[in-house]
Design a protein around this ligand. Structure first.
Ligand SMILES: Nc1ncnc2c1ncn2[C@@H]1O[C@H](COP(=O)(O)OP(=O)(O)OP(=O)(O)O)[C@@H](O)[C@H]1O
Ligand SMILES: [Mg+2]
Length: 239
């Protein structure tokens, strides 16, 4: 059981996300792999939370569960007081669309579409008109400094630019929570600094709550709270 640090969540802040004893095991041909063994933590609205831990400790597994891309083996995850894994598939789809932006460890942009089209895509899928979707996508790509690269395809962008497109795409539906899994994983330190400065700006502009996986301790220390995953549980580090 994690010793959640009360002082790390300002009491005036509402709790946005709370996990209760999340576990996750995978069945493989070699037997059962237990990755998460009872993960407990809370995230306040508008908090910036860094998630750190050794490679293979379960960070991506946890992010996929928080993002409802995967189900836990047991345990609960509450978002705004709603028990996410008690929702129907349709309700979960709506939650993902309306409340959550996800930046994958490997950005997963669609290679045959331009930066602008990649960012527009979630809005179009959510049923927004093309004009409105394009307007929002353009604004976000401008905010991320990519106004000169709107029509470039992912293969024509640098790694840092691709990550910025992925961040813009995650924000196009104006989510409450942004989950980013190592958004600077393959980038040099200057480009990583730029991505974090961008996340900081977006956090302020969009009043975002952010959960960001990183191996970069210096960058993690700039966040409001650091969660360290070890032995399948989360240790909370007070700030
Ligand atoms: N589908 C799966 N089936 C079996 N084992 C899995 C599966 N997905 C992940 N694992 C195992 O779970 C462990 C945690 O994986 P995960 O990708 O969550 O690690 P991580 O902390 O994100 O690592 P990294 O820092 O390298 O990205 C690993 O040992 C991995 O082999
Ligand atoms: Mg990972």
């Amino acid at each position: 059981m994690t010793s959640e640090c009360v002082s790390s969540t300002n009491k005036a802040d509402k709790i946005l996300l709370q996990t209760e004893n999340l576990t996750k095991s995978f069945l493989t041909e070699q037997g059962e792999v237990q990755v998460l063994r009872g993960v407990n933590f809370i995230v306040g609205a508008r908090q910036r939370v860094a998630v750190v831990g050794e490679s293979g400790s379960g960070k991506t597994t946890l992010m996929h569960i928080l993002g409802t891309l995967d189900h836990p083996t047991s345990g609960s995850c509450y978002f705004d007081g709603v028990d996410l894994f008690s929702l129907s598939t349709v309700q979960l789809d709506r939650f993902r669309n309306q409340s959550l932006g996800f930046v994958f460890q490997f950005h997963q942009l669609l290679p045959e579409f331009s930066a602008l089209e990649n960012v527009m895509m979630p809005a179009l899928i959510a049923g927004e008109g093309r004009c409105q979707a394009e307007k929002q996508a353009r604004t976000l790509l401008e905010e991320t400094g990519l106004e000169q690269r709107l029509l470039h395809k992912p293969g024509q962008l640098s790694g840092g630019e691709q990550q910025r497109v992925a961040i813009a795409r995650a924000l196009v539906l104006n989510p409450k929570l942004l989950i980013a899994d190592e958004p600077t994983g393959n980038l040099d330190s200057k480009t990583s600094d730029g991505i974090y400065a961008l996340l900081d700006r977006l956090h302020t502009q969009h009043e975002l709550t952010m959960i960001v996986v990183t191996h970069n301790v210096e960058l993690a220390q700039r966040m409001d709270k650091i969660l360290c995953i070890r032995d399948g549980v989360v240790e909370s580090v007070c700030r």
